[in-house]
Design a protein around this ligand. Structure first.
Ligand SMILES: Nc1ncnc2c1ncn2[C@@H]1O[C@H](COP(=O)(O)O)[C@@H](OP(=O)(O)O)[C@H]1O
Ligand SMILES: [Mg+2]
Ligand SMILES: [Mg+2]
Ligand SMILES: [Mg+2]
Length: 386
């Protein structure tokens, strides 16, 4: 891993995003969650460098299939270990709702995977950073961790969530299928307080800064703080730009949706698209990178309609994205028009899908969604009866 690069980007970002400010001054600053935001940027960047470097070296036996048949790689485990270890140092009392757990790694059969994760996580955790008061912030190089400490760090993500108090949610690699294909994925971290997402950071190492120039600059960082707006930066920490969704323009409006038809019903969204008379095809992309794209004005709406009964959406798949939407001029609801509820536990509860779009398009989109939901319910009734 290129730790020289990591050192320079962190150093640069601290001076760029938040010039060196003595702790006493910082404490009296009026902006809420400044420390948490800067922590989240730093942790996500460190994890992104790890995942980028892992991808190039990933070998077949470094991926497992979980109980729900979804894949998980050494990248997912080690990125969660890194972010969780950093969180433990910076905010020791904050619980964590993380996607992964270490059960498979603790088994004898997980020994080689475990060794690799320990190596990767320690490499990332101990990398030298050149940053002013970073230790005081609880951010920066730490000491090498034992196997047990790292497995415990992964398992600290086992918090049940809930309606009250502070908690962080980590999706160490969102879009693992995209990651394995060399396509889009995102490292996601969010702070939730009393069921409201307050801070969200998304690192997208493979995402072009400009979707229409896919072979140029790649690597985006999306950052949002409730009430303070949202920004996109290069993953290198430069070029911060405020995020604002495009106004509703029917001729260029398109849906951002999952690549995986099993995660989001392509047929439902294509019916909705037909009702709205959309002329642009959907933009299919893995992970919460879709939310980052929507927030910066790509496409027009994030569309995720359930594919069947049973699956419950997880809070780590939507926490950062939902804040990016609302801080860039958008509205995010389920198909009933109700807000997503981050206070129900590890999931968003019964699945009514997710739709997010710019404010002036939401009512129109919601009505088309509801028309299609009704059609599909009637068709299901008919086919059951026949
Ligand atoms: N049946 C299903 N319906 C909806 N989402 C699902 C699903 N099965 C898995 N997922 C979630 O879809 C996420 C990827 O989203 P997308 O399809 O937008 O790329 C996965 O995140 P992970 O890759 O972190 O496991 C996983 O949590
Ligand atoms: Mg997963
Ligand atoms: Mg995910
Ligand atoms: Mg994941």
């Amino acid at each position: 891993m290129n730790y020289r690069f990591l050192s320079s980007i962190n150093s640069y970002s601290f001076h760029f995003c938040l010039p060196f400010i003595p702790a006493t001054t910082r404490r009296s600053m009026s902006l809420a969650y400044t420390t948490e935001k800067q922590f989240a940027i730093s942790a996500v960047r460190r994890a992104c460098l790890l995942t980028s470097s892992v991808f190039n070296k990933l070998v077949k036996n470094e991926t497992l299939v979980k109980g729900d048949k979804s894949p998980v790689t050494v990248g997912d485990f080690s990125a969660q270990a890194v972010i969780s270890s950093m969180l433990h140092r910076a905010f020791p009392d904050d619980p964590i709702v993380g996607e992964e757990d270490a059960a498979d790694l603790r088994a004898e059969s997980g020994a080689s995977l475990r060794d690799r994760i320990v190596e990767l996580a320690n490499e990332a955790l101990t990398a030298e950073l050149v940053i002013g008061d970073i230790a005081e912030w609880g951010i920066g190089p730490g000491s090498e961790q034992s196997v047990d400490n790292l497995l415990d760090a992964i398992d600290r993500g086992n918090h049940e969530g809930g309606r009250s108090g502070r908690m962080w949610t980590i999706d160490p690699i969102d879009g693992t299928k995209g990651f394995l294909r060399g396509e889009q994925y995102a490292v996601c971290l969010a702070l939730i307080v009393d069921a409201q997402v307050q801070v969200g950071v998304l690192g997208c190492p493979n995402l072009p800064l400009n979707l229409s120039k896919p072979d140029e600059d790649k690597g985006c960082l999306f950052v949002a703080v409730k009430g303070q707006g949202a920004q996109q930066l290069k993953l290198t920490g430069t070029d911060p730009a405020p995020l604002m969704m495009s106004p509703y323009t029917p001729s260029s409006f398109s849906f951002l949706e999952s690549v995986e038809a099993a995660h989001s019903s392509h047929s439902t969204s294509s019916r909705i698209s037909a009702i709205l008379g959309l002329t642009q095809p959907p933009i299919r992309m893995d992970s919460q990178a879709k939310y980052g794209c929507l927030a910066r004005g790509d496409g027009g709406a994030y569309m995720r309609m359930p594919t069947g009964v049973g699956y419950k959406e997880k809070i780590w798949d939507h926490a950062t994205g939902s804040l990016l939407v609302t801080e860039s001029g958008g509205v995010i609801t389920d198909s009933r028009g109700l807000p997503l509820d981050f206070g129900l536990g590890r999931t968003l509860g019964e699945n009514y899908g997710v739709i997010a779009t710019v404010k002036d398009a939401h009512a129109k989109l919601l009505s088309a969604v509801q028309e299609v939901v009704k059609q599909e319910q009637e068709e299901a009734k008919k086919s059951k009866a026949s």
